[in-house]
Structure formats: structure tokens, C-alpha cells
Design a protein around this ligand. Structure first.
Ligand SMILES: NC(=O)c1ccc[n+]([C@@H]2O[C@H](COP(=O)([O-])OP(=O)(O)OC[C@H]3O[C@@H](n4cnc5c(N)ncnc54)[C@H](OP(=O)(O)O)[C@@H]3O)[C@@H](O)[C@H]2O)c1
Length: 329
């Protein structure tokens, strides 16, 4: 074969490879855009009737932030609500708001999820006579008010166990309590609140990030196991939502308010079993995974920068924590 023919063949082969690659990315991005459009736009206009899952919804960590917003939104959509949290006064305040504003029934269960397995028999008794259609495993905590190294967690012996009990054990045990009756009825929805901090490893939030990837894997596996039994398990991975956990950071284009987040996230039920919850958080997730890949995020350079950033924010965080405590009093 002459040089010219060889060159022509090489150009042809490269053109075919280029065309196939371009077609692959075109189809992939078109599919992603179509899915995003369905999950975050179409769902706004045709949300699933959540009342069809059953009469009652159980929400853990229901007295503030995302949990309170889910409880109120579910009541608005016609469900009776079981509220579970630590503080009895706050539980009754949210229950009264739901009963008076939306005319739904409520029950409150006061418990502390950091205490471990001993609390679950009492919760089981209190849920025994209810037809539970939806469980929202929302309760979760971080181990420090700010970004810290693992060894700088305050009171680590107690705190690390508390975080694991609250973020991992609660999700697993609450699911164990409600799932058997959902399977019996061939109907049910379990929503587990994970975090964007689980989408990729998150140094300086090490334990939190690791507990949340547990929630993600648990949810996705469980959904595969029980979807065919009529039970859906949805994993929600929010970015930043303005709550006590995020020191009530100002709401803006990137940061959602809890009510707006809960409304958008509940619309995605039936459209996606693994979602950021709302369009702006989904876009941030895509941007971050492209612009801030694992190798950069896990580099010593990046950890140093995060440490520096945390130091500059220390005073602001202390003030916000004090303000939140005062407001709650
Ligand atoms: N905010 C965000 O930007 C964000 C982002 C990603 C994921 N998340 C996840 O979303 C979930 C909710 O977060 P949030 O920001 O709404 O938190 P939050 O504002 O701190 O609210 C936490 C709720 O849980 C209750 N709670 C806390 N510790 C508890 C315990 N040991 N036992 C029982 N109840 C307890 C609190 O009420 P009491 O004080 O009355 O107990 C409160 O109702 C968490 O799983 C979090 O990891 C949040």
C-alpha cells in the first residue's frame, strides 16, 4: 500500500472513532438532559399523589430544618404525620401547626437517636396501630460545628458513637420497623436523606461523609431488593440547605430554604430513586464532579486550603451557633 493510501485509511479510521465518540457523548448528554428535565421540571406539573402510599407519614428529626419542612409539606399533601425528635416542646409546636393549618392528625414520639439500639422497641409500640405509607429517615448530625480533622472532633469517644447511631443506626432500624408492613401491603415509600457530602469523599467532614455514603448505598440496594414488592426507596442527596446545621446561611441561587427544598424533593418521588432533590443542587453536583474531581479534593493542598478556610470562618460559626441557641430558647 502506498503512503497516500495509508494516510487516507488512517484519516478514515480516526474520523470513524471521532464520530462514534461524538455520538456517544451526544446521546449520553441528551439522555441526562431528558432525565433531568423529567425529574426536576415535569415532576413539578405532575407530582405523584403521595396519599396513595398510605394514611400516615413518619418523619425523624421533624422539629426543624429539612425534617420539619418535609413534615409540613406531607401534611399539605394530605398525610397524617408522626413527628420524631428529642425536644418535646418543639414536637408539640410543629404538631399544633400541622393540625391547625392543614387539619391533619399528628402523633409525637420524643426520643434521642444518639442513644443507640435501646430506643427502638418503644418506637415500634407507638407505631404499631398505624398504616404507615411513608417513612422519611431525615435525622442526621455532624460531629462538630465546623470543618475539622478527625482527631480534632470535640469529645471524640462519645461524639463519634453518637453520629454513627444518629446517621446510620436510625436509618437502618427505622426501616426495619416499618418495612415488613409495607411489604405486606405491597405499598410504601422510604425516603432517606443522605448528602452531597457522600457523592464524593469529603476530607475534614470525614465521619459525616462516611456515614452518609452508608445511607446512599443502603437506600440504593434496598430499592433494588424491594421495588418488586411495591416498596420504593428514594435516596436524596442535598447540597446546602439553610438550616441550623448550616448555621442558617443566607438563602440564594445555590442555597435552598428548607420548605422550598422539601417541596421540590417531594415532587421527584416516583421520578427518581436517587436524586439531589432540586434542579439547582443537581447542577451544582454536576459542576462540582467535573471541576473538583477526587484527586484534587483528596490532595494535601486542598485539605490545607479547607483548613485555612475553616479558620477564617471560625468566629462567624461561633456567633451563628450562639444565635441559633438563643433563638431556640
Ligand atoms: N442542611 C443541609 O445543608 C444538609 C445538606 C445535606 C444533607 N443534610 C441532611 O439533612 C438532614 C436534616 O438536616 P438539617 O440541616 O435539617 O438539620 P437540623 O436543622 O440540625 O435539624 C435536625 C433535626 O433533627 C432533630 N435531631 C437532631 N439530633 C437528634 C437526635 N439525636 N435524636 C432525635 N432527633 C434529633 C432536631 O430536633 P431536636 O433538636 O428537637 O431533636 C431537628 O429536628 C440530616 O440528615 C443532614 O445530614 C442537610
Amino acid at each position: 500500500m502506498g503512503d497516500a493510501a495509508e494516510l487516507e485509511l488512517s484519516v478514515w479510521v480516526l474520523s470513524v472513532i471521532g464520530a462514534i465518540t461524538a455520538l456517544y457523548y451526544l446521546l449520553k448528554w441528551s439522555w441526562l438532559c431528558w432525565r433531568g428535565f423529567k425529574v426536576y421540571v415535569v415532576s413539578e406539573f405532575w407530582p405523584v399523589d403521595l396519599r396513595s402510599y398510605g394514611q400516615w407519614a413518619v418523619v425523624t428529626g421533624a422539629t426543624s430544618g429539612i425534617g420539619r419542612a418535609y413534615a409540613i409539606e406531607l401534611a399539605k399533601r394530605g398525610l397524617d404525620i408522626v413527628l420524631i425528635s428529642r425536644c418535646e416542646d418543639k414536637l408539640h409546636a410543629v404538631a399544633t401547626e400541622i393540625e391547625s393549618s392543614y387539619g391533619r392528625q399528628t402523633r409525637v414520639i420524643q426520643t434521642d437517636f444518639t442513644e443507640g439500639h435501646s430506643i427502638y422497641p418503644a418506637i415500634k409500640d407507638k407505631l404499631a396501630d398505624l398504616e404507615i405509607g411513608i417513612l422519611v429517615n431525615n435525622v442526621g448530625m455532624n460531629y462538630a460545628g465546623m470543618l475539622v480533622h478527625f482527631l480534632d472532633v470535640p469529645d471524640p469517644e462519645r461524639r463519634i458513637t453518637q453520629v454513627i447511631n444518629c446517621n446510620i443506626l436510625s436509618v437502618t432500624q427505622m426501616t426495619r420497623l416499618v418495612l415488613p408492613r409495607m411489604v405486606e401491603r405491597s405499598k410504601g415509600l422510604i425516603i432517606n436523606i443522605s448528602s452531597e457530602a457522600a457523592s464524593q469523599p469529603q476530607p475534614m467532614l470525614t465521619v459525616y461523609s462516611a456515614t452518609k455514603i452508608f445511607v446512599t448505598y443502603f437506600s440504593r440496594c434496598l430499592n433494588s431488593e424491594y421495588r418488586s414488592h411495591g416498596v420504593e426507596v428514594q435516596c436524596v442527596t442535598p447540597f446546602v440547605v439553610s438550616t441550623n446545621m448550616t448555621h442558617n446561611i443566607a438563602v440564594n441561587l445555590l442555597v435552598k430554604s428548607a420548605p422550598s427544598f422539601a417541596r421540590d424533593a417531594l415532587n421527584t418521588v416516583g421520578y427518581s430513586c436517587y436524586t439531589s432533590g432540586c434542579l439547582t443542587h443537581a447542577l451544582q453536583h454536576i459542576a462540582l464532579s467535573i471541576l473538583f474531581p477526587d484527586w484534587l479534593r483528596l490532595s494535601s493542598f486542598c485539605v490545607e486550603q479547607t483548613e485555612r478556610f475553616a479558620r477564617t470562618k471560625q468566629n462567624w460559626i461561633k456567633e451563628s451557633v450562639a444565635q441559633t441557641a438563643k433563638k431556640e430558647e
